[in-house]
Design a protein around this ligand. Structure first.
Ligand code: ADP
Length: 301
C-alpha cells in the first residue's frame, strides 16, 4: 500500500514508529507535513499538493494533527476524504474530539460515564452553577485546553467565582465540573484500535498536582483495565467515530468517567511502558480497513 502519515513532526516518536512499522510490513510510506500542503478546491478536482507535487494515488492517510493546527490539518484530511482515500480518523471526528463540550454532550447521550459538567457563560448565577455541580472544590476547564493547561481546581466558592469571571472577561469558553477526589491525581489512558484496547497506562502526577497528564510531569505505569473500563473506552471511541484513539478516564466511586478522547494519541508512553508493538497494530488495522474505504460518519454532530 501507499501510505501518507500527515505529521508536522517527522522526528516525533509516534510518527517515527508508524513509519518504521509500515515499512517493516512492506508498505511505501511518506511523512508529509500538513502545514506545508496546499489544496485546489474546484469542481471534481480535490487535489492536495506538497512542494509542487500533487499527492495522488495513495491508499491511506494516518493523520497526526496537532491541537493548535486542528483547522488547517482537518481541511487537508477532508481533501483526501474527497478523493476517497482511506483515513484512520475522519476530519469531522478530529474536529468533534477537539471540542471538550461537544465530546461530553455526545458521550452523555450515549450513556458513557463523564464527570458531572455544567456549561456556563456568565457568572451572575455562579452560586447556582456551583450547586448544580455539587460543591467546592470543583474544576473549571477551558473548552479547548490541552495537556492540562486550562484546567483549574477551585477550592472555595470565592475562588471559583474569580476564575469564572477571569475566563468570562477574556471571552474564553469554559465549563464547570465536579472534582473527582478519589481519582487523586491519577488517570488512565486506554489506546483503542478498532474494537480493542491494545495498551493501557495509568498516569500519576509526580507532586501534589491534581493533573496526572504526563505533559505536566506525571509518570506512566502499566495497568490492567477492569471489564467495565475496557467497555467504556471502546464505547467512547465508537461514540466519537474514532477507530484509533486514546481514551482518558478517571476511576471514580461510580465507575470509569471519561475525560477526553484523543484522535492523535501518542504511542510513546503506551509502547515504552507496556512493551507492546502498538504501531504494528495500527498499520494492521489500516491494511484491513483501507480496502473497505471510509464509511460515512453517521454521528452527525
Ligand atoms: P487536558 O485535555 O487539558 O489534558 P483534562 O480534562 O484531561 O485536560 O484534565 C487534565 C488532568 O486533570 C486529568 O488528566 C486529570 O488528572 C485531572 N482532572 C481533570 N478533570 C478532573 C476532574 N473533574 N476531577 C479530578 N481531576 C480531574
Amino acid at each position: 500500500m501507499k501510505i501518507i502519515i500527515l505529521s508536522n513532526g517527522s522526528g516525533n516518536y509516534t510518527t517515527k514508529r508508524l513509519k518504521e512499522e509500515a515499512r517493516a510490513r512492506g508498505h511505501e510510506v511518506r511523512v508529509i507535513s500538513y502545514n506545508k500542503c496546499y489544496m485546489t478546491v474546484e469542481k471534481s478536482m480535490p487535489i492536495v499538493y506538497y512542494k509542487g507535487e500533487p499527492l495522488t494515488g495513495y491508499d491511506a492517510i494516518i493523520p497526526r494533527i496537532a491541537q493548535s493546527y486542528t483547522r488547517y490539518g482537518s481541511s487537508v484530511v477532508r481533501q483526501f476524504e474527497m478523493q476517497n482515500v482511506y483515513t484512520t480518523a475522519s476530519s469531522i471526528a478530529i474536529n468533534r474530539s477537539r471540542d471538550k463540550l461537544r465530546t461530553y454532550q455526545l458521550l452523555a447521550k450515549a450513556d458513557v460515564g463523564i464527570p458531572k459538567t455544567v456549561l456556563a457563560r456568565e457568572t451572575a448565577n455562579f452560586e447556582d452553577v456551583i450547586s448544580l455541580v455539587g460543591k467546592t472544590p470543583l474544576i473549571i476547564k477551558v473548552a479547548r485546553g490541552t495537556h492540562g493547561n486550562g484546567v483549574v481546581l477551585a477550592e472555595t466558592p470565592k475562588a471559583a467565582k474569580a476564575v469564572m469571571q477571569a475566563f468570562f472577561v477574556e471571552g474564553v469558553n469554559f465549563f464547570v465540573q465536579e472534582f473527582i477526589k478519589e481519582a487523586s491525581g491519577t488517570d488512565i489512558r486506554a489506546l483503542v484500535v478498532g474494537s480493542k484496547v491494545v495498551a493501557s497506562v495509568k498516569r500519576q502526577s509526580l507532586d501534589d498536582d491534581f493533573r496526572s497528564n504526563t505533559h505536566q510531569g506525571g509518570v506512566g505505569t502499566i495497568i490492567k483495565l477492569t471489564p467495565d473500563e475496557e467497555k467504556t473506552a471502546i464505547k467512547a471511541a465508537r461514540t466519537m467515530g474514532l477507530s484509533i484513539c486514546g481514551v482518558d478516564m478517571m476511576r471514580s466511586d461510580r465507575g470509569p468517567l471519561v475525560l477526553e478522547v484523543n484522535s492523535s494519541a501518542s504511542l510513546k508512553t503506551p509502547e515504552l511502558i507496556t512493551g507492546r508493538n502498538v504501531a504494528a497494530k495500527v498499520i494492521e488495522y489500516v491494511e484491513l480497513n483501507a480496502k473497505r474505504r471510509n464509511k460515512k460518519d453517521k454521528i452527525g454532530a
